[in-house]
Design a protein around this ligand. Structure first.
Ligand SMILES: Cc1ncc(COP(=O)(O)O)c(C=O)c1O
Length: 429
């Protein structure tokens, strides 16, 4: 249940009006709701309580220290894909024994860091990586590296070709048919400690069927390998999708109706399709949600700079660009766009575009929106996941400030970047 809603016509994040925040802090501005993150974490653990899962939040979705510390306080584990992400988790006091270290290209330095910090396991994606991890552990006296293999179950899933990960056309994981042999090899290496097995089939999956198919395919393999190698956990990955349409909270029923309208699974459908199979395994179950926890917990507030009409199209030019939120340009992703103030009556059909010098810098095409004027603000909804964390300084644009709202309190958790900081460290020739 997320907490962005209209009160008296104005858009609020929890108890704070977004226009007040924009007046104070400028635009573009990321605003997060901490209550939404807490709700989503608890709801996910709640529907899966029969298997008492260890939730390892996927840090790549949003790695701001404020977000990580909310989750660390809730007892969450973390799924990291770089040494940098691991350092962030440590910085907020996240428990290293609840951290899994994933990624297809871990460097020697990153492996050393993971070993030194004492992560729960490295999720290994190739045989060469396995050898590399064993060799790094071999340089440390008496050290064994904890590992789990990432299985590619070859199941089609995911909302877009660029976020599908579980088929043999993707670079991720070790093919299902090769897994048993790689575990045998790993088990023979005294430098490795086999702890678990992992899969992750894709992102923004809004149907239960692909999860059910992948877990069903994995179960016999997991049972066999658990017996043979003493595996402790089965990690089913992340990927639970969110509803990007009709993303404003309108009470419990409203939210449920929007899931139905989008023909998306509910969280309990996800749970009911997996829990019976997972419970029977009697192993520790890990999940790696990213988007589900933070996606609907953030919006990007931006101001209308100009409007223009070309004869073929109407454009609304805003001060946020694809460098601030790349999902529409990269994945053709849909984000609902809502006026921050009271919507004017009527509708216009417009392309909302950013100032970046790319034709792809478009947040929506021919969208019917309430009429907007220069100086109005709009909120691009559901921007909490893969928003700021994928942002860049393209066009030498300083990245937006980030604000965390808790009830009626708003805290700047990352200030707007200063232009001069963008060439810090560069030298004139
Ligand atoms: C291995 C792994 N785990 C978890 C996630 C998180 O996915 P999502 O944000 O869709 O839950 C990803 C992202 O694609 C991933 O690659």
């Amino acid at each position: 249940m997320h907490r962005f809603q209209r009160k008296g016509g104005r858009l609020y994040a929890e108890g704070v009006a977004l226009d007040r925040l924009a007046d104070r802090l400028g635009t573009p501005l990321y605003v997060y709701s901490s209550g939404t993150i807490v709700d989503h974490y608890r709801r996910l653990r709640g529907v899966l309580r029969a298997v008492d899962p260890l939730v390892c939040y996927s840090v790549k979705a949003n790695s701001n220290l404020a977000i990580l510390s909310i989750l660390a306080r809730l007892g969450s584990g973390f799924d990291v894909v770089s040494g940098g992400e691991l350092e962030r988790v440590r910085k907020v006091g996240g428990k290293m024994e609840r951290c899994v270290f994933a990624g297809v290209g871990k460097t020697q330095d990153e492996i050393e860091l993971g070993l030194r910090f004492g992560v729960k396991a490295f999720h290994v994606e190739s045989e060469e990586e396995l050898d590399q991890i064993a060799s790094v552990a071999g340089r440390k006296k008496g050290r064994r590296a904890p590992i789990a293999l990432r299985v590619n179950p070859d199941v089609q899933a995911g909302g877009h070709a660029k976020i599908t990960t579980g088929t043999y056309a993707n670079k991720f994981g070790i093919p299902f048919e090769q897994i048993a042999a790689v575990y045998r090899r790993a088990d023979a290496n005294p430098r490795l400690h086999l702890r678990g097995i992992q899969m992750h089939i894709g992102s923004q999956i809004t149907q239960a069927a692909p999860f059910r198919a992948a877990v069903r395919k994995m179960i016999p393999l997991v049972e066999r390998l658990r017996g043979r190698h003493g595996l402790e956990y089965f990690d089913v990955g992340g990927g639970v999708g969110i509803v990007y349409e009709d993303a404003l909270a309108s009470g419990r029923d409203g939210w449920w109706k929007s899931l139905r309208a989008a023909k998306a699974m509910t969280l309990s459908e996800y749970a009911t399709s997996l829990v019976p199979m997972l419970r029977d395994l009697k192993m520790q179950i890990l999940l790696e949600p990213g988007r589900f926890l933070v996606g609907n917990a953030g919006v990007l507030v931006t101001e209308v700079l100009y409007r223009k009409e070309t004869g073929r199209k109407h454009f609304t030019i805003v001060d946020a660009g694809m460098n601030d939120l790349v999902r529409p340009a990269l994945y053709e992703a849909y984000h609902q766009i809502e006026p921050v103030g009271k919507p004017r009556p009527g509708a216009i059909s417009t392309d909302v575009v950013g100032p970046v010098c790319e034709s792809g810098d478009v947040f929506c095409h021919d969208r019917s929106l309430a009429p907007l004027e220069k100086g109005d603000r709009v909120a691009i909804l559901s921007a909490g996941a893969y928003g700021f964390s994928m942002s860049s300084n393209y066009n030498t644009r300083p990245r937006p400030a980030e604000v965390l709202v808790t009830g009626t309190r708003a805290k700047v958790v990352r200030p707007r970047e200063k232009v001069a900081a963008l060439w810090h460290g560069e030298k004139r020739s």
